[in-house]
Write a protein that binds this ligand. Structure first.
Ligand SMILES: Nc1ncnc2c1ncn2[C@@H]1O[C@H](COP(=O)(O)OP(=O)(O)OP(=O)(O)O)[C@@H](O)[C@H]1O
Ligand SMILES: [Mg+2]
Length: 219
């Protein structure tokens, strides 16, 4: 699904990582772990074509729709959209009634899956942190992605909401075979949900079995 060969990234003189090699198979649930500034967000931006590589190769299944839940989500209190409209921003508008009906059914299905049905009319700016994150997840899911990338999406959530969201992602991973890349600083979540981790360290990215990961690798 994703293959990276001899990939290097520099910002000016600053080396982020060098000669990195790894691949990710369809249906995997992989965590990306490593200290602040080690290049996790930069790597996924490169996978999505939002950031240039310095050298090397990135091969990614062309037909793969990518759903992305970004790391920073500052939303003004007076943000004009409610949750439902925010989620549908990613949906393509159609003049065909049949297509619009399909879109609507899809939306309702996603709102239901992400436990947002009862909250759909709430202005996004007034939603809690966890609710906002669910809305971002729903927005990422609306186009049936083959790859879902979560960048620390659970960071500011309370424990229950965090596990609820991760359970949902795990279910999508298993039932719909969505490949998940999960960037996290959370040791327990890494252990619970992922089998393999890409460890960002000393300008390298190494694939490790989650069993071999210890808590002191997390800050
Ligand atoms: N556009 C940019 N221009 C210059 N430097 C950048 C840019 N984007 C990121 N960097 C630098 O590249 C390094 C990697 O940043 P990145 O955001 O990928 O880290 P990260 O692993 O996601 O960290 P965190 O865990 O804190 O989110 C950092 O030193 C950062 O300051
Ligand atoms: Mg980051």
């Amino acid at each position: 699904m994703i293959e990276v060969k001899n990939l290097s990234k520099k910002f000016g003189q600053q080396l982020v990582f060098e000669n990195v090699n790894f691949s990710i198979n369809e249906g995997e649930f992989v965590s990306l772990v490593g200290p602040n500034g080690s290049g996790k967000t930069t790597l996924i931006k490169m996978l999505m074509g939002l950031e240039k590589k310095t050298s090397g190769e990135i091969k990614i299944n062309k037909s793969s729709e990518i759903g992305y839940v970004p790391q920073f989500r500052n939303i003004d209190l007076d943000y004009p959209l409610d949750i439902k409209n925010f989620v549908t921003l990613n949906q393509k508008f159609s003049f065909l009634k049949s297509q619009r009906d399909q879109n609507k059914a899809k939306l309702n299905n996603i709102l239901n899956k992400t436990h947002l049905t009862d909250l759909q009319s709430r202005p996004l700016g007034l939603a809690s942190g966890g609710e906002k994150q669910k809305a971002y997840l729903a927005q990422a899911l609306i186009n049936d992605p083959k790859i879902l990338i979560l960048d620390e999406s659970t960071a500011s959530m309370d424990v229950d909401v965090k596990y609820q969201l991760m359970d949902l992602v795990s279910e999508l991973n298993k039932k719909e075979n969505i490949t998940v890349l999960f960037i996290t600083h959370d040791y327990d979540l890494t252990k619970k949900y992922t089998n393999r981790a890409l460890l960002f360290e000393n300008h390298q990215i190494n694939s490790v079995d989650v069993k071999s990961i210890s808590e002191d690798m997390f800050e």
